[in-house]
Design a protein around this ligand. Structure first.
Ligand SMILES: Nc1nc2c(ncn2[C@@H]2O[C@H](COP(=O)(O)OP(=O)(O)OP(=O)(O)O)[C@@H](O)[C@H]2O)c(=O)[nH]1
Ligand SMILES: [Mg+2]
Length: 382
């Protein structure tokens, strides 16, 4: 039986000692697989620590299986992956590629578990620290544990996507057809934010995503290249500019402005009966939201046929939001009362506070999830 090829990409900067241990471990862990030919591509950022010599020595022990790409200089993790993927596509054309750290934090013995998931139909498998059986190092301080956990939660809420539990893990197995498709769009993401961007693109392309538990160990040699400030800023920038959920919330807010604006216009300029004016402005806002969401927030799922039917569905879901507001407001008023906090110019009425909460906590997630399920639903993959 011909074996399918898998290439493990190992980006490395001054990881000689780690690579010396890891490379033989990868070959040992995969030598008995009868359906997979596992090869390695080290993408070295021209490390001054003698990595290149070490790889040349190891290449003699593993002829034809260990490849090396040397960058001119260190340009970031994302850049290293883009170069590695392109090189592997051109030279080796594997069926899947792995992302893996060179410092020994990702155990080689997990590779067969990733490949089993691929054989079971997954397109993108994540080594996940936050599913049952996965973990972060015990000796991490509470601050680092919190940082990691909160970071993952921010990504999940930012994308309103709880299907993947570990958005930032750097141990992954990905089918090459997807990487061929997106690699040319990944040049902007030089650093660690690359991982978040790649997973977001995988969801947007409707890939089948799965996870295997990863026991993440501490690095043994060498020093960390992780820059938390750069990562946080770039990851947040990515989420703010690219997340469908953030865009959707922004459209919702703008929709409210449109609603108020038109209502005021109809009432004060055209003297239209207030309830009629409000109904008209609400429908204008619904049309505005529908178009903005279709051509911007959910543009990767743009509706091509039955536009009118989907628009009617959209109206039904929008009425659901109104019902939630009505019931939520009634319950809140009954439970917490109706007071006014007097301020110098205006008073804050409790209903205003309830409204903000109801919209943020109930209406936005409800409508986002419903729209995702009914109107801009993910097409079934053939
Ligand atoms: N080629 C290349 N490799 C890099 C670059 N930055 C990081 N790496 C490699 O990417 C992998 C992950 O980086 P680490 O420094 O281990 O990051 P981390 O695992 O989040 O942090 P630690 O837990 O402290 O190790 C390692 O193999 C690094 O050597 C880069 O700019 N170029
Ligand atoms: Mg590391």
């Amino acid at each position: 039986m011909t074996k399918k090829k898998a290439v493990v990409i190992l980006p490395a900067y001054n990881e000689r000692e780690g690579l010396k241990e890891l490379i033989p471990q990868i070959f040992t862990a995969t030598q008995d697989l009868d359906r997979w030919d596992v090869q390695i591509l080290v993408v070295d950022a021209n490390s001054p620590d003698g990595t290149i010599n070490e790889i040349n020595t190891l290449q003699k022990k593993h002829p034809g299986k260990l490849h090396l790409l040397v960058e001119t200089k260190k340009e970031g993790l994302g850049r290293a992956y883009v170069k590695g993927f392109k090189h592997a596509i051109a030279e080796h054309n594997p069926y899947v590629m792995f992302e893996m750290d060179a410092d020994g934090q990702h155990t080689a013995s997990l590779i067969p578990a990733f490949l089993e998931k691929i054989e079971a139909g997954a397109d993108f498998v994540i080594g996940s620290r936050y599913i049952k059986g996965g973990s972060v190092p015990d000796n991490w301080g509470i601050d680092r544990k919190m940082f990691s956990r909160v970071g993952s939660l921010v990504a999940q809420v930012g994308f309103m996507n709880f299907k993947a539990k570990d958005w930032t893990s750097g141990y992954r197995c990905i089918k090459t057809f997807f990487l061929k498709d997106v690699v040319d769009h990944m040049h902007h993401y030089n650093g660690y934010e690359f991982q978040i961007a790649l997973l977001d693109k995988a969801f947007k392309k409707h890939l089948k995503i799965d996870e295997v538990p990863l026991v993440f160990t501490d690095r043994k040699d060498g020093v960390s290249k992780f820059n938390s400030i750069a990562f946080i800023t770039k990851a947040l920038m990515y989420i703010l500019t690219q997340s469908s959920f953030v865009r959707f919330s922004f459209v919702g807010l703008s929709g409210a402005v449109v609603d108020f604006g038109f209502a005021a216009l109809f009432i004060y300029l055209f003297n239209i009966f207030k309830p009629t004016a409000n109904a008209m402005s609400a429908e204008i806002a619904i049309i505005f939201n529908f178009l903005m969401n279709n051509f911007w927030s959910f543009k990767h799922k743009k509706i091509k046929n039955s536009f009118l039917k989907k628009f009617l569905h959209f109206n039904v879901v929008a009425s659901g939001s109104i019902a939630i507001q009505w019931v939520g407001m009634k319950l809140a008023l009954d439970a917490f009362g109706d007071q006014v906090v007097p301020l110098p110019f205006i008073g804050i009425h409790s209903w205003m506070i309830y409204k903000v909460f109801i919209i943020a906590v109930l209406v936005i997630p409800y409508s986002y999830i419903t729209y995702n399920k009914i109107i801009w639903k993910t097409p079934r993959k053939s």
